[in-house]
Design a protein around this ligand. Structure first.
Ligand code: FAD
Ligand code: HEM
Length: 511
């Protein structure tokens, strides 16, 4: 087997948190925090009345020079969106680890912060750590003062140059936008020239006549934002073609009425931006149903607002936010399909979101999700993620290693790979759990294996099995990984290995 035929995507994280990611994308990991350093502990510390600012709670005006002095783990400040925070007490609570947080110390860390997790509401989480306002000195104010300011001026011009070059390049690639009408419909046309374009990369939302469409092209987003001239109904349809053309068809409410124009352009209309630079947009969803999957895992079905269309791509996740003690808490969840065996996956497409969630009685967000009643609302963000599902269009043998709820990104991978027209030759799942009763959808997995004409195989491995269990036992180990990789792979077939579970688990698989 050639070395490049083995691709090992991983979903590393602590506490079985999932992130689908391939070997060619950046893998970001959460670290194991010390006991007593959970999010709930941070919320409790904030409520304790302790001074977390380190400056007696007075709001200061902080210069860049002053900020730069506080750049150590023991005395660390950083600035986000013009505000300066003392993050020294937060160090051990940071899910990304102390070393990562230290990268932002002593400076304006807004860009770095947004590149990694713009959905995190730091303003709310660090409210009790607020030191003051960042007071910046402009380049012109410093003109001629010293070598530093001279260097900074040259450097700024260089950056401006680079920036315009980037914009020029970007504009060249910028999708073209057009629209046309018939008696019954308005059609928006975006020419992306991206061959992999599909309706999953389009998100539509509307409030009265204000229409927002995000067309996601890899890590960039083309935005249509307009106050429509007249009303359209929410029965949108989206067509895409191989040359990257996207057509969004909006049914007119007043049939036969000719529009004189599309409407009024609103903020950011026809702009093409890095997706990470856009504000996180939430949709108020209604809880439609909840099913028990195991004793602590539930399947939540959420209905997007009638005016929103969003079909989450395979392996992507959404964010759920909730306010606890005045602090905005955000958690990520991978979107799954409602079942593994149900053949109709078009039902509710773009309108329903399914989440398979393990409830932690002492967790921050899951006890609240568990307490919701049918009809209650949950805010769900636009999706996020990187998984390139086009890789599933190749002749691959797929081997999946999942631990606990690390199974969630596998659900749609399995579903899609076993479709009749799929090029995936076979799928093998190694599913690690503590006990038999922890295995999610065991009956469906078994049924799939029986009916799949040898295209799907599942092996369960239990770490806390009782004596009646005759299957595989133990935790992830080298032999288990290697024993279950196909012995022979023909030259036209590639092996695609995916793993999702806690960090030690994914590391062992990758080894
Ligand atoms: C990209 C991504 C996708 C995800 N997809 C899913 C999914 O599909 N399904 C799913 O169920 N989850 C998923 N997760 C995990 C999810 O985001 C939450 O982390 C999870 O639901 C727990 O949230 P919580 O706020 O209820 O619990 P938390 O407050 O985070 O606590 C979870 C558990 O860990 C323990 N704990 C927390 N901190 C510590 C500590 N410092 N020391 C010891 N123990 C600690 C708590 O006591 C609790 O038992 C995903 C995560 C990511 C990043
Ligand atoms: C500016 C420097 C910072 C860097 C380089 C950094 C880096 C990281 C990294 C690498 C992760 C893991 C990400 C992942 O798995 O997706 C993470 C997670 C996280 N960070 Fe930071 N971080 C920074 C600042 C902060 C600050 C100031 C806060 C304060 C609120 C914060 C709050 C969080 C939270 C809540 C998570 C978990 C996100 C999730 O569950 O999706 N970070 N950070």
């Amino acid at each position: 087997m050639a070395s490049n035929s083995l691709n090992v995507p991983s979903f590393p994280s602590t506490n079985s948190q999932q992130r689908i990611s391939t070997a060619d994308t950046t893998v970001r990991v959460k670290v194991s925090l010390k006991p007593g350093r959970s999010l709930m502990d941070w919320i409790r510390l904030g409520r304790s009345g302790q001074d977390l600012t380190g400056v007696g709670g007075q709001i200061l005006e902080v210069s860049e020079e002053e900020l730069a002095k506080h750049n150590t783990q023991e005395d660390g400040w950083l600035s986000l969106r013009g505000k300066v925070y003392n993050v020294t007490p937060y160090m051990e609570y940071h899910p990304g680890g102390i070393d990562e947080l230290k990268r932002g110390l002593g400076k304006d860390a807004t860009q770095l912060f947004d590149e990694i997790h713009k959905w995190v509401n730091a303003e709310s989480m660090l409210e009790k750590c607020l030191v003051g306002k960042l007071v910046t000195t402009s380049v012109s104010q410093r003109k001629g003062n010293n070598t530093y300011s001279w260097f900074k001026q040259i450097y700024s011009s260089y950056l401006i140059c680079l920036n315009s070059l980037f914009k020029m390049k970007n504009n060249k690639l910028k999708p073209q936008f057009d629209w046309y009408q018939t008696n019954k419909t308005i059609t928006l046309v975006v020419y992306t020239k991206w061959g992999d374009m599909s309706s999953e990369y389009v998100i539509i939302s509307k409030e009265d006549k204000e229409l927002t469409v995000n067309v996601n092209i890899k890590d960039l987003t083309f935005i249509i934002h307009t106050e429509l001239e007249d009303g359209v109904s929410c029965d949108y349809s989206i067509k895409t073609s191989k040359d990257g053309k996207v057509e969004i068809v909006l049914p007119k409410i007043q049939l036969d009425k000719q529009w004189s124009g599309l409407g009024k352009s609103l903020d950011k209309h026809c702009t093409y931006k890095k997706t990470t630079e856009l504000a996180v947009q939430y949709h108020e969803c209604k809880l439609e149903s909840v099913c028990n999957i195991t004793h602590d895992v539930k399947l939540f079905c959420l209905r997007l607002p009638e005016s929103t269309w969003m079909c989450v791509p395979i392996g992507y996740h959404i964010h759920v936010h909730h306010i606890i003690s005045g602090m905005e808490i955000v958690r990520s969840y991978t979107c799954v399909s409602p079942s593994l065996t149900n053949v109709d996956n078009t039902e509710g497409k773009g309108r329903l979101i399914y989440l398979m969630i393990k409830i932690y009685p002492d967790g921050a967000i899951t006890p609240w999700l568990n307490s919701l009643n049918i009809g209650d609302t949950v805010d769900i963000s636009n999706y996020d993620g990187h998984f390139n599902s086009q890789r599933l269009d190749n002749d691959h043998q797929l081997v999946l290693y999942a631990a606990g709820t690390g199974f969630t990104p596998m659900v749609r991978l399995i579903h899609r790979s076993l479709q009749e027209n799929s090029k995936i030759k076979s799928v093998k799942l190694l599913f690690f759990n503590k006990k038999l009763e922890d295995i999610v959808w065991k009956d469906q997995l078994d049924q799939l294996a029986t009916n799949s004409k040898n295209r799907f195989e599942v092996k369960y491995i239990l770490s806390e099995a009782d004596d009646s269990w005759t299957g595989l036992k133990g935790r992830i180990r080298k032999e288990l990984v290697s024993d279950h990789l196909p012995k022979t792979v023909d030259s036209n077939t590639k092996l695609l290995v995916c793993a999702c579970g806690p960090i030690p688990f994914t590391k062992e698989v990758m080894r």
